[in-house]
Ligand binder design. Sequence first.
Ligand SMILES: [Zn+2]
Length: 419
Amino acid sequence: MPLNHTLQQEPLCGCAELSRLNLDFRAYGTRFKLFPQSPLMSDYQEPEIVWISLPPTQIHPGPSDQRMYVVDAIDKHYYEHPFLPPYRGDRNALARPDANGHFDHLEVGTHQFEAAHMYGTLRWVLDIWETYFDRQIEWSFADHYERLELVPWLDWDNAHSGYGFIEMGYGRDDSGQKFPYNLNFDVLAHEFGHTLLYSVIGMPDDDKATAEFFAFHETASDLVAIVSLLHFNTVLDRLLNDTSGNLYSRNELNRVGEESNTRQIRMASNDKKMRHVPDPNTPLKDLSNKQIHDMSLPLTGALFDLLIEVFQHNLVDDGLIDEELDTLSRGLTEGDANEALVQSLFDEFYRQNPEGFKMALVHARDYLGQVLSLSWEFLSWDLDFPQVVQALFQADIELFSGHYKQEIAEVFDWREIAY
Ligand SMILES: [Zn+2]
């Protein structure tokens, strides 16, 4: 199986450690305008200003820097062995910064905006995850390429990341019109997740990668996208305003992979248990890409559940909801008579301290980002699911003295993932 990860084959606390994270680059960074989700989603038609960690002096026209660069290629075919970077053909005019070195002045609808959107998204996601990893990530392809090549547009109904590159094609909206994946934060962040993961846990030896490894890669890349998405202020505010913090209910986080209002590439929140998906020990050659993606769903679901569990744990720890509501909301089943009561209680508590709820969610997000990062440091490409879970327990112990041990056990037990 090739190591290119294409999109189309996939159906698609108050902790002291957290307060030390610096994810605010406004004092010295560079401005970009990013769409939190595809602008085709009716709720997200305005891009948000985001600050990248690099100062304007270190980002050049393209945009490009020492770690990655855009080539806005014209009439390019997607990379496929033996055709690999660097691209040397025709290209569109470079995206250039304004007089102060920022890139948020570019007009939506131009090649230059899309080039800057792809670069800005990937650079920001790298900033976020290097903060969680607490180190600089060395590219897995460093032996052959110094920098990651970003191709914002191919006339191709797909997107993929591979050895030294990430390339974006297009999806289709409900009316069948093409729209560029370079404006879809979730697709960009997911593909970058694969690049990041290879750089952290390594490349498999020839023909030795297992189905479990590829399923894990899909899960981890989805989590890179979800945690990164939660760094948009507009996303945090809308999520909490819409739900009053009752995240057990169906909400927009569940639809992070959505391309438009009605279609979804992936579901981060799902109710799949291991008994519902192919056995992870199945030989890779006997599985389709769709089956490998299905295999990843319980693991992705468990980690999504962990985010929600830790958030609610933080709400109780911080006195933002009472234990009674905590117990009541956890016991709800679909169509439960108490659903309306639970929501009205959340509405009441949320009104009293919306900022507190937001901090609890930010802390849950950063908890997940940190434990995932450290747990991935413990893994290598020959991993299995039990090792993935054991690594999480270990990371929770090292970073948070095992504070969320019970939540971790519960979410994996429910999914029937052994450890
Ligand atoms: Zn993928």
